[in-house]
Structures are given as structure tokens and as C-alpha cells.
Design a protein around this ligand. Structure first.
Ligand code: UD1
Length: 390
């Protein structure tokens, strides 16, 4: 963002913004835009840990979201949780030693989020966490541990829904450090929905022969699955694909495959469970392609956190293939329904949606496209050219 080291001569401490994995990029893009619109005096350094590195998982999204080339790429790549987290920590520490930021901003709940928060905290540098306080109350989920620990390490905690403050209070976080700002992921959605790619052109680009299944005006369902709890166990993945086969016999499906899911379908030899007559498999999609696929879907079936929120913002019915969600507002106010691993419930809800009697929702409070501006104003008032106040 700020390629020169000119701030080193001006005694203005920079702020470091961290991204690592796909769901971080759409959260950070509006924050960086807000910095360049309303806080130009503050040098910003963008650090990419390299947790996600494929063109489809990273570069394409940078392009779609108009994210600047990162100032620093730690290039950690894939590894076990311990090794990945440790590598980010080892490589992030010298960045802090070199640049002495007044604050480190982390988003979401991936391994890179926790790793960078921990390094900064240990060096006495304040951490600000965007999307704080979300809890699934399922500690078997790697992201839940990342959320709890990152929040404990953070000095400013920006929340997307009001329930998050109560979660933080229960864990001893004071209200003084919490600010309800709304949802930066929805800032990105609102900014980019006008560029959403028509779903047929996305299908055409990858599977021209499949276009006839999804011809104009025909309803379709969109599927994304990547949680280890759904895709790492051969029996669970087999059951899920069998259920999706039953759904596909009612409504054709577009299945955007995460690399983890693709690898496991191949490794467990489950490809034969997917009928090419009613299901099209796509590689990981760019941001504007995904917006187009979601926007026009009759229903979205997912285990993603962000997609639960995006479908709520778009008013598209969402069935979440998990037993819990850390984003309860998508259930209480939005279009989301948890179906867990209950295939009868899933088929029942699909029927409701196809009959027009599916759940309707409303857009939650402060999901208005201005969350990033609130965050940057708050960051400026707390950390611009200040030393840590531990
Ligand atoms: C990570 C996040 C998860 C987030 C998801 C979005 C953690 C603990 N998990 O899960 O919260 O919802 O990103 O995608 O941080 N791979 C590639 N190319 C890449 C990146 C990964 O092929 O660019 C493959 C590798 O085989 C890798 C596997 O995907 O081992 C998993 O990647 P990893 O970053 O460990 O976790 P995700 O499942 O992507």
C-alpha cells in the first residue's frame, strides 16, 4: 500500500493490516479503501501470510476486490495447523521489528489471524480484531479456538452483530474495548454486487456442455462445502454427497469445489456419487463470479460462515450443513436455517423453498456498507501515532 519507507523519516508509526486466507480478503478490502479515503495521513502496510496461495484462492480475489499488491508476503503455504501457525509467527515477528506499527489489524478466524495477533501482543503492539465475539460454542472447530484466543489478545474488538458483545463479556472482555460496527463483508458485497457475473457465463466458462441443465430461467441450487468436519471423513462426505444427489434430482446443482473437498472426493473415490446430468462441478470461484452464483440461486447449501451472511444480505434462502453457527443473526433475522447432517430435514426445507414457502429474512442492523468507515475512524482515534497503552 505504502511502498516507500518514507514514514520512517516522518516519525509516523504505520498500521499493519493482515490477510491470510480467502475469507479475509473481502473483509480487508473495504478497510483498506476506507484508509485511503479518510485516513490518508496514516501509512498502511498490507501483509499477506500466504496461507492461501493458489491463483483461484488468492490472486483472483485480490484482482476482483481491487486489493493492492501486499507490501509483504510471508509465503507460509499449507501445512498442519501447528506448523502453519508457527511459520506465520516466525515470519511475522521480523516484520514488526522492522516497521514498529502502532497497531495490527486482523480479521476473521483463520490460523493467520491468531498467529499474527499472538506475535503482536507478545511484542506489546495493540491488536484490533474485526469480526470479534462470534462463537459457535463448538471447540472442535479450529476457527472457534482462533476466535476465542484472538479476542483475548485484542485491545479493540469490532463486532458484526449485537450478540457478540455478550459472548465477549462472558469471557471477561470489557464493554469499553468492544464496538459494534456492522459487517465489513457486507460492505464488499454492496460495493461489488453491480459487477456480479451472470451465473450462466460462469458455468459456460468451465463446463460449456452443462449450460443446457441450467438454461435461463431455470432454478438451481448452489453448493459449497469445505469444513474438515464435513469433508475430511470418508463416511460423512459419502453421506453428504448421497444427500446432495437426492437434492439434485429435484433441482440442478452448481457445486463450487474448495481444494480440500476436491482432494478428498478424489482420495476417497466418491466422484461416481455426483451425477453430471444434474450437477456441475466448478473450481474455486472469483469474488464476482461467486456473487453472481449466489444472487440468482433458488437456494444455497453451504458450511461456510461468510456465505451464511452474504445470503442473508441478498435475501437468498440458505441451508447450512452444520450443527451450529457462530453467526446467529443469520438464523434469527436472516434467511439461514441450520440443517446439520439431517438429510430428511434438508430435503423438507428444499421442498418448502421450491414451493415458495421458504423462510424470508431481513437485513441485520448496520449491515449497511459503512462498517469499514466506522472501524477506521475508531482506529484513528485510538492508535494514530500512539504508543501501546497496556
Ligand atoms: C481455511 C480456514 C477456514 C476458512 C477457509 C476458507 C483455518 C483453520 N481455516 O481453511 O476457516 O473457512 O480457509 O477457504 O485457517 N489449498 C490449496 N490451495 C490454496 C490453499 C489451500 O490447494 O491456496 C489446499 C491444501 O491442500 C491445503 C488445504 O487446501 O492443505 C486446506 O487449506 P488450509 O489453509 O489449511 O485450510 P482451509 O480448509 O482452506
Amino acid at each position: 500500500m505504502n511502498n516507500s519507507d518514507s514514514y520512517l523519516n516522518q516519525e509516523i508509526k504505520p498500521i499493519i493490516c493482515v490477510v491470510g486466507a480467502r475469507p479475509n480478503f473481502m473483509k480487508m478490502a473495504p478497510i483498506l479503501r476506507a484508509f485511503s479515503n479518510i485516513a490518508t495521513e496514516w501509512p498502511v502496510l498490507l501483509v499477506h501470510t500466504g496461507q492461501h496461495y493458489d491463483s483461484a484462492m488468492s490472486d483472483q480475489l485480490f484482482e476482483d476486490l481491487h486489493l493492492p499488491v501486499p507490501d509483504i508476503n510471508l509465503e507460509v503455504g499449507s501445512a498442519s495447523h501447528a506448523v502453519q501457525t508457527a511459520e506465520v509467527m516466525k515470519r511475522f515477528e521480523p516484520v514488526l521489528d522492522q516497521h514498529h506499527p502502532s497497531c495490527v489489524v486482523v480479521v476473521g478466524d483463520v490460523n493467520s489471524t491468531l498467529a499474527c495477533a499472538l506475535v503482536a501482543n507478545k511484542k506489546g503492539i495493540p491488536v484490533a480484531h474485526v469480526e470479534a465475539g462470534l462463537r459457535s460454542n463448538d471447540r472442535a472447530m479450529p476457527e472457534e479456538i482462533n476466535r476465542i484466543l484472538t479476542d483475548q489478545l485484542s485491545m479493540r474488538l469490532y463486532t458484526t452483530e449485537r450478540s457478540a458483545a455478550a459472548n465477549l463479556n462472558r469471557e471477561g472482555v470489557s464493554d469499553q474495548n468492544i464496538k459494534f460496527v456492522g459487517n465489513v463483508m457486507i460492505d464488499s458485497l454492496r460495493e461489488n454486487i453491480k459487477y456480479a457475473k451472470p451465473y450462466l457465463s460462469t458455468v459456460q466458462a468451465h463446463e460449456p456442455a452443462a449450460v443446457k441443465i441450467f438454461r435461463e430461467g431455470k432454478e438451481y441450487g448452489l453448493v459449497t462445502l469445505h469444513r474438515p468436519s464435513n469433508v475430511d471423513d470418508p463416511e460423512i462426505l459419502k453421506t453428504l454427497l448421497t444427500t446432495l444427489g437426492k437434492v439434485a434430482s429435484q433441482i440442478p446443482l452448481i457445486f463450487a469445489l474448495h481444494p480440500r473437498t476436491k482432494n478428498n472426493i478424489e482420495k476417497f473415490k466418491l466422484l461416481s456419487l455426483i451425477d453430471p446430468g444434474n450437477t456441475v462441478l466448478l473450481p474455486p470461484q472469483g469474488y464476482v463470479e461467486m456473487l453472481g452464483l449466489m444472487k440468482d440461486a433458488a437456494v444455497v447449501l453451504t458450511d461456510s460462515g461468510g456465505i451464511q451472511e452474504e445470503t442473508t444480505a441478498l435475501g437468498v434462502p440458505c441451508l447450512t450443513l452444520r450443527e451450529n453457527t457462530e453467526r446467529p443473526i443469520t438464523i434469527d433475522e436472516g434467511t439461514n436455517i441450520l440443517v446439520g447432517s439431517d438429510s430428511d430435514l434438508l430435503l423438507y426445507e428444499i421442498n418448502n423453498i421450491l414451493n415458495g414457502s421458504g423462510k424470508k429474512g431481513r437485513v441485520p442492523e448496520l449491515w449497511d456498507g459503512n462498517a469499514a468507515i466506522r472501524i477506521v475512524e475508531d482506529l484513528r482515534s485510538h492508535f494514530f501515532n500512539k504508543s501501546a497503552t497496556f
